[in-house]
Design a protein around this ligand. Structure first.
Ligand code: ADP
Length: 235
């Protein structure tokens, strides 16, 4: 597959991001370019403070970089207004945060259905989609459970299913295994890889844990805000 010509997916080009730092600026991302074609997972690895979270926030269009271009599903986001970015995100980006942040009073199915209110889908359709996604993440029989009745791994699966409610072109995942033991972490990564291939999302997976990365399609290393060229993972 030629990533350069992929019409969908995620493309970051020449991204530089700085933060105020005392009297100067700290360069968190330095001329970062990364292409993630649809249907593939790129793991972004690197030590704490290297710029991984900043990269994810820029890819999510939550932070506007000082320079460079973010293209999501073929749409160049440069110059879009805040409202236009919100609409684009709602329709094309799924975000899986490190902590699931599930609402304690809602069942697993309702956590997902709550997302659908945002795009005005009918309750019946939202319910059908929620159950289909919970089935896809292996939780078909647990749709009626509330967060406290689920294990950490199951909660993370609900979190992933919720991020897929809008059928995103781009799926951004932040340290999904940090609260899980090795076995559950490996299962969550395998699930993310399978879902990416089945649903043709362009998935970016930020992690500092290299032990699970045999199944991903590419690994990009970030050091001091600079990215090495993504290499094909060992599979
Ligand atoms: P990582 O996710 O790899 O730990 P980050 O993207 O969080 O790295 O941080 C990259 C660099 O930017 C670090 O030096 C960090 O201290 C700095 N940084 C991150 N967020 C901010 C912020 N909001 N303001 C100032 N500096 C920040």
């Amino acid at each position: 597959m030629n990533a350069r010509t992929a019409p969908t997916g995620l493309e970051l080009t020449g991204i530089t991001l700085t933060y105020p730092d005392g009297t100067g600026r700290l360069t968190a991302l330095d001329q970062v370019s990364l292409t993630v074609p649809a249907g593939t997972v790129t793991a972004v690895v690197g030590p704490s403070g290297s710029g991984k979270s900043s990269l994810l926030a820029v890819a999510a269009t939550l932070i506007t970089p000082d320079s460079g271009r973010v293209s999501i599903a073929g749409t160049d986001t440069t110059g879009l207004s805040r409202n236009e970015l919100t609409t684009l995100r709602r329709g094309t980006v799924g975000i899986v945060f490190q902590q699931p942040n599930l609402l304690p009073s809602l069942t697993a199915a309702e956590q997902l259905q709550a997302m659908a209110h945002l795009d005005g889908r009918s309750p019946a359709k939202a319910r059908g989609r929620a159950l289909e996604l919970l089935d896809a993440v292996g939780l078909a029989t647990l749709a009626g459970r509330r967060p406290h009745q689920l294990s950490g791994g199951e909660r993370q699966r609900v979190n992933i299913a919720r991020a897929l409610m809008n059928d995103p072109a781009v799926l951004l995942v932040d340290e999904p295994t940090s609260a899980l033991d090795h076995e559950r972490g490996a299962a969550v990564l395998e699930l993310l890889t399978d879902l990416t291939h089945q649903r043709a999302t362009a998935t970016v997976l930020v992690t500092h844990d290299r032990s699970h990365l045999t199944a991903v399609d590419a690994i990009a290393e970030v050091h001091d805000g600079r990215l090495t060229t993504p290499a094909t993972a060992g599979r």
